[in-house]
Ligand binder design. Structure first.
Ligand code: NAD
Length: 499
């Protein structure tokens, strides 16, 4: 079975995936998905609502508590995850083509990312049977007490559009390894690759209801999913505004939430840094993926003495980058993933200029690229920390450059922000490395490297960048709860003995 059929005219018509079946939205409605490299509609996606959410959560609940998935031993779940990893590995090229069409990220980049994704399934497959409880020596000779880690049941996994399958993998691999079932809500801007991944996993033959997808909009699908009584645990990647809304609603329902939110990461370059390496890291951090990455290093802090030389080298390295079709191997700059995001980038750069920042590269949409939403790699200097460009996440190819005097000044600038997802430090001084890694308030600190991610290494935010962790052993704990079991070995004392 296929996730999509082809309509007259070539537009793909998707179905959603509930209880192991491909189906239309209960309402029969669809919405358009637009190819950001051309601005043209390329697919139609089911516009689900509360009725579809109810079907999906029922199916997931049955899978988690009654179906074969609920009876599986952890080692056996691990085997299923390995099969999922193998199926994904065999389907990288097909999936990459769909995601490229859907969100406009360069095909070469998506391929590289997808080639790594099976490793996450293998890693969490290995952890599936490693969460051991304890036998607890309580002070009662006739009672045996132990703990056991158990899944929550139904997990709602809500994802953003910038890297749909990577973000989804980081959620479903540990959630399934822990024994949960999942209802996925992909972004309305990029739903196709998630549905195509369900097709990939069909070859594995997972029990029905273990994975379900409800496509559509935040208010029509996200809200009822968060509120659904069958959903016990929520994991969300997206903006701070939506994250806060979900956290507020979940708190009222006493549901636990993992939040992977935005960042305004500082790349801090000291005057003893290897400048060439630093420039590569800065460019990778903000211009690869067009800055549409949660860890985009969007604030560049440079020590006074190095400022002008580094800026010259940075501008030379982005001069003449080739914009074009993200499928073309020669393309270096792809489109912004969707029109609202493109308009936001244009507006934020205009505001930065109005506030007094000086644009030394880019700052304009790129023309001549088949009607898509292209924006030039942009560098703004003379940025003051109070300007909006220094305070707000842009999620676009826009770098705000600031100067610092010394280490204390660098730390003060970097930490002077509500967000704390990641920071980068470029220096050759090992003592400074140790001081900086301690003082920076961010969930990840990179030193003389940037933008790495690995199944074994936990990532997540400090401050307003989120709650909880993805990847690493810690990610399993997000999807497990602890049960304490008491077994009486003697007579139960009579609470009301007759005197
Ligand atoms: P968004 O918050 O607009 O949307 C994210 C998801 O939430 C989408 O699926 C959307 O439909 C859904 N949603 C919207 N309203 C909802 C509601 N009321 N209830 C439930 N779900 C709802 O974010 P976006 O624009 O898709 O993504 C960009 C943001 O994601 C940026 O802020 C970026 O930093 C962040 N992000 C963070 C990470 C990370 O790991 N920290 C990774 C990637 C992206």
């Amino acid at each position: 079975m296929s996730a999509h059929s082809t309509e007259a005219g070539g537009t793909l018509r998707y179905q959603t995936f509930i209880k192991g079946q491909w189906c239309d939205a209960a309402s029969g409605r669809c919405f358009d998905s637009v190819d950001p490299s051309s601005g043209r509609v390329w697919a139609r996606i089911p516009r689900c609502d509360g009725a579809d959410v109810a079907l999906a959560t029922q199916a997931a609940h049955h899978a988690a508590f009654e179906g074969p998935w609920s009876r599986m031993r952890p080692t056996e779940r691990g085997r299923w995850l390995r099969r999922m990893g193998d199926a994904l590995a065999a389907d990288v090229e097909r999936l990459a083509q769909f995601e490229c069409r859907d969100n406009g990220k360069r095909l070469s980049e998506i391929r590289a990312q997808f080639t790594d994704l099976p490793e996450y399934f293998y890693y969490f497959a290995g952890l599936a049977d490693k969460f051991e409880g304890r036998v607890i020596p309580i002070d009662r000779a006739d009672t045996f007490n132990y703990t056991v880690w158990e899944p929550y049941g139904v997990v709602a996994a809500i994802t953003a559009w910038n890297s749909p399958l990577a973000l989804l993998t980081w959620k479903i691999a540990p959630a399934l390894a822990a024994g949960n079932s999942v209802v996925i809500k992909p972004s309305e801007h990029a739903s196709a690759s998630t549905l195509e991944l369900m097709q990939t996993f069909q070859s594995v033959g997972l029990p029905d209801g273990v994975l379900n997808v409800v496509t559509g909009f935040g208010d029509e699908v996200g809200d009822p999913l968060v509120a659904d009584p069958q959903v016990a645990r929520i994991t969300f990647t997206g903006s701070g505004a939506v994250g806060k809304r979900i956290a507020t609603r979940a708190a009222g329902l006493l549901k636990r939430v993992t939040l992977e939110l935005g960042g305004k990461s500082a790349q801090i370059v000291f005057d003893d840094a290897d400048m060439e390496q630093a420039v590569r890291g800065i460019v990778a951090g903000i211009f690869v993926s067009n800055g549409q990455s949660c860890v985009a290093g969007s604030r560049l802090l440079v020590q006074d003495r190095l400022h002008d030389a580094l800026l010259d080298q940075l501008l030379a390295s982005i001069d003449g980058l080739k914009a074009g079709d993200p499928r073309d191997a020669a393309t270096q700059i792809g489109p912004i993933a969707n029109q609202p995001q493109f308009e936001r980038v244009c507006q934020d750069v205009a505001t930065a200029r109005a506030e007094g920042a000086r644009c030394v590269a880019g700052g304009v949409p790129l023309k001549g690229t088949d009607g898509g939403w292209y924006f030039a790699p942009t560098v703004l200097v003379d940025v003051d920390p109070s300007m909006q460009i220094a305070r707000q996440e842009i999620f676009g190819p826009v770098l705000a450059v600031m100067r610092f005097r010394d280490e204390n000044h660098a730390v003060q600038l970097a930490n002077d922000h509500a967000l704390g997802l990641a920071d980068g430090v470029w220096t050759r001084d090992i003592s400074r490395v140790m001081r900086m890694t301690r003082r920076l308030q961010a969930g990840t600190v990179y030193v003389n490297t940037y933008r790495g991610v690995a199944p074994q290494s936990p990532c997540g935010g400090f401050k307003d960048s989120g709650w909880g962790r993805e990847n690493g052993i810690e990610a399993m704990r997000e999807f497990l709860q602890l049960k304490s079991v008491w077994i009486g070995l003697g007579d139960m004392p009579n609470p009301f003995p007759r005197l």
